[in-house]
Design a protein around this ligand. Structure first.
Ligand SMILES: [Zn+2]
Length: 437
């Protein structure tokens, strides 16, 4: 499909979107039943046949699937095994192991179009010089955004991951590069800005004008800091390698979901029942155009709400509220349920460069140790402590100011729960030991 036509599909009448979804749904369910082990088995157990699925409402008859299904047997979710082209993996951040996602050429073409659409929605144009700092390799974001930027006709600097933040800053400063648009992980981008300022530079004077950040929930103060420090217009993207991608438009108020490609439902994570529009719940996806790894009523573990189809930008694809929480990441601390997003939102409201919040159990009690990279001050310590108490409903055991913070995992986790087993815990323990010495 041509990009122009694909972009135009974001402006279809809602009745036409539903008609298209239902046509594609009937076809893909039949295909899944005939070609995949996983979904045929699930449908047989639930006593449902492809003939039972005609409308969106009929989706409720289908059993759920999840990441665990794909982790356990990645090929069982694949339809067209004869035409596979490549695979990508996602790290098991939720402790459920690595997900392998298979693509046919056609699947990849669709993903590239989706990402081109995201970049256009985020304000990127063919005139941009795109600095892509997302990793190229098994992780799919770098490559799919590269191909998406190519599809819109932009010039690309394929930086990928580099050993240090300085290496990126040097590239951004290179007078022959002159990037105008940034793609990458928000916390890295913010950190490089701080590094540059500390060295006496001014990131807002760089040639960058816009940023598309993705890969983790972005609390409002983090976006504000990025925009202020770098002097860019920052848009947030959201995607899953097994599902698809979406991005904010000029309104910066939710992502336009790619409804022609994937049906999204919102359910109560406890009961599995659908919730009303505007209400929060777990996002459940059904892919409509892929034939490699299929996702049918796939529980994402991401929490959001549907915001409706009316948007001043004119796009009619339903908007999703910005993701704040992965349900798997919710933790009980001192008896209260809290998400890392809540803690990040509270901490970044203040003038800090970064932090690490360690949750641990000592003598049967929960303890919370917070390390902050900022100028040490008693007033700031008290402000942070009060903010955590108000928003996260627990008191930190201590807040310590440090000069450096460790990088915990590929995405740089800022909240680590040592009560849960993870290979990342060792890094935290080593860091805490080094601080004591
Ligand atoms: Zn819009």
């Amino acid at each position: 499909m041509e990009l122009k036509q694909f972009i135009q599909m974001q402006y279809m009448k809602p009745s036409e979107i539903i008609k298209l979804q239902e046509k594609r749904l009937r076809k893909i369910i039949k295909f899944a039943y005939e070609n995949t082990e996983l979904y045929r088995k699930k449908m047989k157990v639930a006593n449902v046949t492809p003939d039972d699925i005609k409308t969106i409402k009929d989706l409720e008859k289908l059993p759920f699937s999840s990441k665990a299904d794909i982790v356990q047997n990645p090929l069982a979710a694949v339809g067209d095994k004869a035409n596979l082209f490549k695979l990508h993996t996602t790290s098991g951040t939720s402790g459920k192991g690595e997900t392998i996602v298979y693509f046919t050429y056609n699947d990849w073409d669709h993903y590239v179009l989706q990402n081109a659409r995201c970049l256009i929605s985020a304000g990127f144009t063919k005139d941009d010089i795109v600095y892509n700092s997302t990793p190229y390799g098994l992780f799919f974001a770098g490559q799919v955004l590269h191909d998406g930027a190519k599809a819109i006709g932009a010039f690309i600097i394929p930086a990928s991951t580099l050993k240090t933040g300085w290496a990126h800053i040097k590239n951004i400063m290179n007078p022959f590069f002159k990037p105008t648009a940034f793609i990458g992980l928000p916390q890295y981008f913010l950190r490089w800005g701080h590094t540059w300022i500390k060295a006496g530079g001014d990131p807002s004077k760089s040639t960058l004008k816009k940023a598309y950040v993705l890969g983790e929930p972005v609390p409002p103060p983090v976006r504000e800091k990025i925009e202020q420090i770098w002097g860019v217009d920052c848009r947030i993207g959201y995607g899953l390698s097994e599902i698809g991608a979406s991005a904010e438009c000029d309104e910066k108020d939710g992502y336009h979901w790619c409804e022609d490609e994937v049906i999204v439902e919102v359910i109560d994570p406890q009961t599995g029942e659908p919730v009303d529009e505007g209400e929060k719940g777990e996002l459940v996806y059904t892919t409509l155009t892929k034939t490699g790894t299929l996702a049918i009523r796939y529980r994402s573990g991401d929490e959001s709400a549907l915001l409706g189809r009316d948007c001043p930008c004119g796009r009619t694809h339903v908007k999703l509220r910005l993701i704040e929480t992965r349900l798997d990441d919710l933790m009980k601390v001192k008896g209260t349920l809290v998400s890392p997003y809540t803690i990040e939102n509270a901490m970044f409201a203040y003038d800090i460069e970064g932090f690490l919040c360690v949750i641990d159990k000592v003598e049967d009690s929960d303890v919370v140790r917070i390390y902050v990279k900022a100028q040490e001050s008693k007033a700031l310590r008290n402000q942070l402590s009060d903010e955590i108490k108000t928003t996260a409903k627990f008191s930190p055991t201590f807040i310590k100011f440090v000069e450096e913070l460790p990088q915990i995992g590929r995405k740089g986790r800022r909240v680590v729960d040592l009560r849960k087993k993870s290979p990342l815990n060792k890094l935290v323990e080593e860091f805490e030991k080094s601080i004591q010495n």
